[in-house]
Design a protein around this ligand. Structure first.
Ligand SMILES: O=C(O)[C@H](O)[C@@H](O)[C@H](O)[C@H](O)COP(=O)(O)O
Length: 284
């Protein structure tokens, strides 16, 4: 059982942050669990506890932890908290980095040296401090065309998930844009209808740079757990729409509903400011 996780019953797992339960989920239910923190400062340690608990559960059950991460502000949030948590608890079963497979929920088609490269940023800020084996960091080949890069990425994932019809990540960690995009899946984009590809190219991303590859909804919704991390008042309106709106044409982030998995939201008070639904506020 993942350290820090208290199994209330076979269908519920609770995550603790120094004794305070920061979230709970009924395994198999898609109902999102929303946990609100005063600011990113308090959210960071809870994020690393959550990730390490998921990692411990995966390693305990399957001997490895397959996680996919997004770009943007998530990079610095993870880099600030994860290495420190791992150093604080080197025996934590989730901190056995050699058991990790790290993929990217999306990636920009730029050289790794570019400040726009998500993998480049993770290499600099996180992977220089936690030693995931290089061949288990699934990076794109940015020298290919965006179509080829997407195909090659999908091929590599299928190699790493032999026997899975769809690669099943233990955890996908997502952000949202003010327009409700997640990964590089944008509102009203044809990619939202993609049902065959697991990784798709996009050349007209409204968020620069324009050329990217992205996980598609079938792949995201095959995950065991989807975790959204959202901070800042610029996300408050769209977050209300995603969590409380009932649309014929849901925003991309609202379409992430893992078929057999959980959805969690770790957000700060600024992003939560327009919500009326029930949320958890851990006593820190
Ligand atoms: O590489 C990217 O651009 C992302 O994967 C993207 O989907 C990001 O998660 C959101 O745009 C939120 O970004 P912020 O958290 O920086 O607002």
């Amino acid at each position: 059982m993942a350290q820090g996780a208290v199994l209330a019953n076979p269908r519920r797992v609770q995550w603790s942050l120094g004794g305070a339960v920061v979230g709970a989920a009924s395994v198999g239910m898609a109902a999102p669990r929303v946990t609100v923190f005063p600011s990113a400062r308090e959210l960071g340690p809870a994020l690393s506890r959550f990730v390490l608990a998921e990692a411990a559960r995966a390693v305990g059950e399957r001997g490895r932890f397959a996680v996919a991460v997004s770009g943007g502000s998530l990079v610095s949030l993870l880099a600030a908290a994860l290495p420190e948590a791992g150093a604080r608890e080197p025996e934590h079963p989730g901190a056995e980095w050699s058991r990790w497979i790290l993929g990217f929920c999306d990636e920009r088609l730029v050289p790794f040296e570019s400040p726009d490269s998500t993998c480049g940023l993770y290499r600099k800020q996180l992977l220089s401090r936690i030693s995931i084996p290089n061949n288990y960091v699934v990076a794109i080949n940015p020298t290919l065309s965006v179509e080829e890069a997407a195909d090659k990425y999908a091929e590599r994932l299928r190699e790493l998930f032999p026997g899975d019809n769809l690669p099943v990540f233990d955890l996908v960690i997502l952000g949202i844009g003010p327009d409700g995009h997640t990964c590089s899946l944008f509102p009203d984009h044809p990619l939202l209808q993609e049902q065959i590809k697991i990784i798709a190219p996009i050349s007209d991303s409204p968020k620069p740079p324009p050329k990217r590859i992205t996980m598609t909804l079938p792949l995201l919704n095959a995950a065991r757990c989807a975790l959204f991390v959202v901070t800042g008042d610029s996300k408050a309106a769209v977050l209300k729409d995603i969590l409380e709106g009932h649309h014929e044409n849901p925003l991309p982030a609202a379409r992430v509903r893992p078929v057999k998995g959980e959805v969690h939201w770790l957000i700060d008070e600024a992003a939560a400011s327009k919500l009326t639904i029930k949320v958890d506020r851990p006593s820190l």
